[in-house]
Design a protein around this ligand. Structure first.
Ligand SMILES: *[C@@H]1O[C@H](CO)[C@@H](O)[C@H](O)[C@H]1NC(C)=O
Ligand SMILES: *[C@@H]1O[C@H](CO)[C@@H](O)[C@H](O)[C@H]1NC(C)=O
Ligand SMILES: *[C@@H]1O[C@H](CO)[C@@H](O)[C@H](O)[C@H]1NC(C)=O
Ligand SMILES: *[C@@H]1O[C@H](CO)[C@@H](O)[C@H](O)[C@H]1NC(C)=O
Ligand SMILES: *[C@@H]1O[C@H](CO)[C@@H](O)[C@H](O)[C@H]1NC(C)=O
Length: 578
């Protein structure tokens, strides 16, 4: 019982689900097979959230000259084929990206677009803050998988590449002891391996490999150089960076993938008895653990009996489904090709507020939404012409998958989460903050004081904002401070005014939330302005007060949002790494 409580509380804590950071480590897995000498390319796309961001890329004991990016700018860094991890065992082919300010990193890998083996794959490179020391590995049986998707094993093209691979990268500048757990005929066997600073280890990953633990943080990449569709005898490289075991959930909306007709789910969990159900019917796994949903042409809700992670797999694609507890408010999307491919996002948003999903700074319109049965969500496909963009929601959390189709392969997966909490300004690079001024002023002087500091009088226009404000400001006992609420002499209606001049007032119709202290507002209209009680015991409730009274102002410095510079051609500069 104690153990269950402990595990439950571990998952209920707010996880740092965002994928930006200042420190990253990754590697390029083998694409198609090095004995096929096709032209291929590997690159990292780096986007800065802040202005004047200096970053460095370290590979093979050298580093790129440091470059400076402005907020929203993207740079593409290319790597030689020697950067690919071809052999099993340890190597120093890891790539580190460091930066003074927050950035996001996306990895792309492509073989020659003109050959039958054309294959593009991409994945979000997770920042070191989002890495861990315990990873559950989806149990992938290659021969079962090929049979599942193609019905039979065509001897001509099958078994050229016999196994999935796991790349484990030491994310720290110290020796790391890995423990590899294998389940062989029902018994769990452990093997310990040491890897030195920033080194990586590549190993075969068949269905017996179930878990990796480490003494220090590692990045874990699951890959296959060329997973075949034996019907067409073509193959795709697949790659997925696995998230640490604490990033699990119980409720999932499995996205519909345009261009993919067949996919399977694989569930991983510490709980051996965990099961998955759809429409209250328990899904029965195949002997190798593959789960399948009947109608794959729409997004569907599945519920797990415990905390699990769900991997979606098809011959050309592998990624982890975003659990509901990890939905976020804003996502960055980086596409690989700016011309030939079809660029789409699959968005899952609350049905009631779906029309408020934004792309860049405008709401997305003309979109066909489909309600997801058994949930409060709907899903829609949104098409793009941009190379990089953001999708966000001002008031609720959403899930966004990036899906690109090159004509021969579909690639992508979860988009890059930038903000977990919704914000009216979009994707926040610098969060807003509250501050109580030092001087006691009238309401009008307070308004002018905040404006002069490029701030505005605090306007808790919703319960969420009131909660955010509570505890961020304190005063002396029973002290009150001015907020941006006042009453019209003519209509007696309350309205919000943030700044001088009054053109920046919020429309009066927006005052649908109040948090008055007992006995307030004074119904004899003696107080036409409003103040906030500056302490926890009074729950930061509001009072009406005479506008000429002297109180300290609560000023708010608005958040600064971030938009990728899609129209700016200089924003996709590139660097070669040799
Ligand atoms: C970056 O600089 C531009 C121009 O000075 C400014 O408008 C923008 O708000 C800045 N962005 C951030 C995230 O600081
Ligand atoms: C690292 O650099 C050395 C010297 O320039 C070169 O010989 C070697 O091939 C490089 N290794 C990789 C993996 O790129
Ligand atoms: C994979 O599946 C095949 C066919 O079902 C089976 O013979 C083999 O033992 C499985 N391998 C593992 C490692 O489970
Ligand atoms: C395998 O290839 C055939 C022929 O190109 C195609 O019809 C089928 O959809 C492919 N299967 C999968 C699972 O992609
Ligand atoms: C305000 O007071 C509350 C309760 O005493 C405390 O939890 C909170 O951290 C304080 N906030 C600031 C900004 O000092």
């Amino acid at each position: 019982m104690f153990l269950i409580l402990l595990i439950a509380s571990m998952f209920s804590q707010g996880l740092a689900t965002v994928s930006y950071g200042k420190d990253f480590i990754t590697a390029f897995p083998e694409n198609t097979g090095y004995f096929y000498p096709y032209t291929s390319s590997r690159s990292l796309r780096i986007t800065a959230l802040h202005n004047d961001t200096t970053f460095n890329v370290h590979f093979n004991n050298t580093q790129t000259p440091s470059s400076v990016l402005q907020s929203g700018q993207t740079v593409s860094v290319s790597f030689p084929i020697t950067a690919e991890v071809h052999r099993l065992g340890s190597s120093s082919n890891s790539i580190r990206i460091t930066s003074e300010k927050d950035i996001v990193v996306h990895s792309f890998s492509q073989t020659d677009a003109t050959t039958a083996y054309n294959s593009v794959q991409s994945h979000v490179v997770q920042p070191i803050t989002k890495l861990g020391t315990s990873y559950l590995i989806p149990s992938l049986n290659q021969s079962d998988l090929v049979q599942t998707f193609s019905g039979s094993l065509a001897p001509l093209c099958s078994q050229r590449y016999s196994s999935f691979k796991l790349i484990i990268i030491n994310a720290e500048d110290t020796e790391n002891t890995l423990t590899i757990f294998k389940s062989i005929s029902g018994s769990v066997q452990e093997e310990k391996i040491k890897i030195s600073s920033y080194q990586l280890l590549q190993m075969q990953a068949d269905a017996s490999l179930i878990k990796v633990e480490s003494s220090h943080k590692v990045a874990v990449i699951l890959t296959h150089p060329c997973l075949e569709n034996t019907t067409s005898c073509k193959c795709n490289m697949i790659v997925n960076q696995i998230l640490p075991a604490q990033f699990q959930g119980q409720n999932f909306v499995v996205p519909y993938i345009p261009g993919i007709t067949q996919s399977r789910l694989l569930m991983t969990s510490n709980d051996m008895s965990a099961s998955l159900s759809h429409n209250n019917v328990q899904l029965q796994p195949s002997p190798s653990g593959f789960l399948s949903l009947s109608d794959q042409m729409k997004s569907q809700y599945v519920k797990a009996s415990g905390y699990v992670s769900l991997t979606l797999i098809s011959p050309g694609l592998i990624f982890e489904v975003i659990p509901e507890n990890m939905f976020a408010a804003c996502y960055l999307l980086q596409f690989y090709s700016d011309t030939s491919s079809t660029k789409k996002a699959l968005v899952i948003a609350e049905t009631g507020s779906k029309n408020n999903v934004h792309k860049q700074n405008i709401p997305v319109t003309n979109t066909q939404w489909t309600e997801i049965i058994g949930t409060k969500y709907s899903s829609a496909e949104i098409s793009f012409s941009e190379f990089t963009t953001v999708i966000w929601h001002p008031t609720s959390k959403i899930a966004v998958y990036l899906l690109e189709n090159s004509g021969t392969s579909v690639y992508g997966g979860p988009a890059i989460p930038i903000n977990t909490q919704p914000d009216e300004f979009g994707c926040v690079a610098i969060p807003g903050h509250y501050e109580v001024g030092n001087d006691r002023l009238s309401w009008a002087e307070s308004l002018a004081h905040c404006t002069s500091l490029q701030k505005h009088l605090a306007c808790p226009t919703s319960e969420d904002i009131q909660k955010e404000l509570s505890g961020k400001v304190n005063g002396t006992e029973e002290e009150e401070a001015w907020i941006g609420l006042r009453r019209s002499l003519m209509t007696t209606d309350w309205y919000w005014q943030r700044q001088t001049p009054s053109t920046t007032s919020l429309p009066s119709s927006s005052v649908d939330y109040f948090y008055w202290a007992d006995g307030h507002p004074d119904e004899k209209f003696r107080g036409l302005c409003a103040s906030l009680l500056l302490n926890q015991d009074d729950e930061y409730k509001w009072k009406s007060a005479k506008c000429c009274e002297k109180k300290r102002p609560v000023c708010y410095k608005p958040s600064i949002s971030f938009y990728p510079l899609t129209s700016d051609t200089t924003s996709s500069a590139s660097l070669e790494f040799f």
